[in-house]
Write a new protein. Structure first.
Length: 174
C-alpha cells in the first residue's frame, strides 16, 4: 500500500488527503450537531416543570375569574367560560403527582392536587347554588373558594420557586 501511495501522482495524493480531511471535518460537525441538540433538549426538560406550573397557575386564575364573572352576571358566556376553565384546570392537575412520597416537591404536587379537587368542588357548588338562586349558599361557597384559591396560588408559587431553584442548579450542571 505504501508503494502505491508513493508512486501515485501529486494530484491523487492531494485528493486523498483532502478527502480524508473532509470526512473527518464532516464527522466532527455531525457529532457537534448531535451534542448541541442533546444539550438544548436537556435544557428544555430542565425548565419544562416551571412552564407546566405557570400554565397551572394561569388555569387556576381562569377558573376563579370565570366563576366570579358568572356569579356577578349570571351570563351563559361566563358559565361556558367557567366550565372550559374548570376542564382545563382538571387536565393540568391530572398531571400532578398523586402518590405519597418523601420527595418534598412531589409531596407538594400531591397536596396541590388534593386542594385543587376541594377547590373545584367549592366552585362547582357556588355555581350550582347561583343557578338555584340560593344566595346565602353561593356567597358562603364563593368566600370559601376564594380562601382556597389564595392557598392554592401560594402553594403553586412556592412549588414553582422551589423547582426553579432545582432547575437552575441542573442548568448549571449542564
Amino acid at each position: 500500500i505504501r508503494d502505491k501511495f508513493n508512486n501515485a501522482s501529486l494530484q491523487a495524493k492531494l485528493t486523498f488527503v483532502f478527502s480524508v480531511t473532509m470526512i473527518m471535518v464532516g464527522a466532527i460537525n455531525i457529532y457537534m450537531q448531535i451534542s448541541i441538540n442533546k444539550v438544548v433538549g436537556n435544557i428544555d426538560k430542565v425548565y419544562e416543570s416551571n412552564v407546566s406550573l405557570n400554565d397551572l397557575l394561569d388555569s387556576l386564575e381562569d377558573v376563579q375569574d370565570n366563576m366570579y364573572r358568572y356569579l356577578s352576571t349570571k351570563s351563559t358566556d361566563a358559565l361556558d367560560s367557567y366550565y372550559r376553565g374548570e376542564q382545563s384546570y382538571r387536565n393540568h392537575i391530572d398531571m400532578l403527582n398523586s402518590v405519597a412520597t418523601d420527595n418534598p416537591q412531589k409531596l407538594s404536587e400531591k397536596n396541590i392536587k388534593n386542594l385543587s379537587e376541594k377547590y373545584l368542588s367549592l366552585t362547582a357548588g357556588a355555581v350550582s347554588a347561583k343557578r338555584g338562586r340560593d344566595v346565602e349558599q353561593y356567597n358562603e361557597l364563593c368566600s370559601e373558594a376564594q380562601r382556597m384559591y389564595k392557598y392554592l396560588n401560594t402553594y403553586i408559587n412556592d412549588l414553582n420557586h422551589g423547582q426553579f431553584k432545582t432547575n437552575s442548579e441542573n442548568y448549571g450542571a449542564l
